[in-house]
Write a protein that binds this ligand. Sequence first.
Ligand SMILES: Nc1ncnc2c1ncn2[C@@H]1O[C@H](COP(=O)(O)OP(=O)(O)OP(=O)(O)O)[C@@H](O)[C@H]1O
Ligand SMILES: C[C@@](O)(CCO)CC(=O)[O-]
Ligand SMILES: [Mg+2]
Length: 376
Amino acid sequence: MEVTARAPGKIILAGEHAVVHGYTAVASSIDLYTVFSIRLRSEDDDTVNLKLNDIGLDFSWSVRRIKEVLSHLGSPFSSTPTSCSLETIKSLATLVDEQSFPETKIGLASGVYAFLWLYTSILGFKPATVTVSSELPVGAGLGSSAAYCVSLSAALLALSDSVKLDVSQKGWSTFNETEAELVNKWAFEGEKIIHGRPSGVDNSVSTFGNVIKFKSGVMTRVNSNMPLRMLITNTKVGRDTKALVANVSARKSRHPDAMCSVLNAIEAISDEWSTIIQSHAVDDLYLSANEEKLGELMEMNQGLLLSIGVSHASIENVLQTSMKYKLASKLTGAGGGDISGEVIDKIVEELGSFGYQSFTAGIGGKGVQISFDHSS
Ligand SMILES: Nc1ncnc2c1ncn2[C@@H]1O[C@H](COP(=O)(O)OP(=O)(O)OP(=O)(O)O)[C@@H](O)[C@H]1O
Ligand SMILES: C[C@@](O)(CCO)CC(=O)[O-]
Ligand SMILES: [Mg+2]
C-alpha cells in the first residue's frame, strides 16, 4: 500500500514577521500543493530511500546506519511531538554528509534533517521509499517548508499507530480535528529545524486550510466573505526564511521601542484585514470600497516591512511596476525576494520582462488531505 498526503502552500495577507514576536497575522491557504508518498518496503530490505523530485536529489540510507547514528536517543521514541536537539541535528547532518550533498544545494539540507527527524520519530526504523514533489516554488514565501513538513507528517502518521484512519476510503480524505492537531504539532517540529524560530502560522494554515488569524501560537478561523484572488510574483531572488527572521530579531534587540511600535502597527493592519474580509458586502459599491481598503492596508504593511528590513530591490521593483497601474502590493512570507499583489493581468507581461514569474492563486480551500493506494 502507498500512502499519499498533500498539503497546501499559503499566502500571508498581513502580519508576517510580526507574528514571530507574538503579534497577529492573517494567512490563507492557496491551491498549490506539496505531495509526499510513502511506500513501506519489506522488513528485510534495509533501506530508506528519499526522492526529492523538485530539487533533483535522491538519498538512500540503510536503516542499520540510521539506527547507529541515532543510538544516543535510546528507544522507544516518544509518540508525542518532540523537538530535535542541536546534538541530534549534528547526527542527522552526519547522515546527510555521508551522501555527499552537493555544495550548491547545501541551503536545502535542513529539509532533509527535518525529514529524518520526523520519519524516525513517527515511524521508527522501517524501510520505505519516500517521494516528494511540489507545485510550490521552494523558498519563495509561499510556505513550501510548511507544506513539506505538514504533508510529510500526515503521510507518516497515517502509517503509524498514533492515528486510526479508514484505509479503504477512495480518493482524498481529511483528518479529524484531533488527528489534524497532531499532524500540525509534528509539522511545527519540522519547521523548527528548517526555520529556527517559526511562529507556527505557516504549518497551521497548511494543516487546517482556509483563512486563519494567528497570534502567540493560537489559531482562530476566519470566515472570509470576500472572493479574493491574488497575483503572486516570484522574483526568483534566492533567500532563506531563517536568516530573514533572525535579522528582524537582531533589529528588534537594537531598537526595541521603535520596533515595538512598528509591530503594533502591523498588528492593527492584520486586525483590520480580518474584520474587512469577514464583513458581508451589501452591494458592489461596498465591495469595491472594501477592496480599496485592503489595497491601502497592503501598501501600509509593505511600508512597515521595509522599515523592519525585509524588503529587497526586486520587491521594490515589483511595487513600482504595479504602482504604475495604481495597484497596491506587498511581499508575502519572509520577504527578501518575493511579493504578492492584487489581481491584475496587465502587469504580468511587464513583470515578465524583468525575468519575474507571475501567477494567480486561488485563496482558501482545504488543508492537508490523505489518500491510500492499494493497487500495488
Ligand atoms: N519540495 C521540496 N523539496 C525539498 N525541500 C523542500 C521542498 N519544499 C521545501 N523544502 C525545504 O524548505 C526550505 C525552504 O523553506 P523556507 O522557509 O526558506 O521558504 P518557504 O517556506 O518557501 O517560504 P516562507 O517560509 O517565507 O513562506 C528549503 O530549503 C528545503 O529545505
Ligand atoms: C516570516 C514569517 O512570519 C512567515 C514566513 O512565511 C515567519 C514565521 O511566521 O514563522
Ligand atoms: Mg518556510
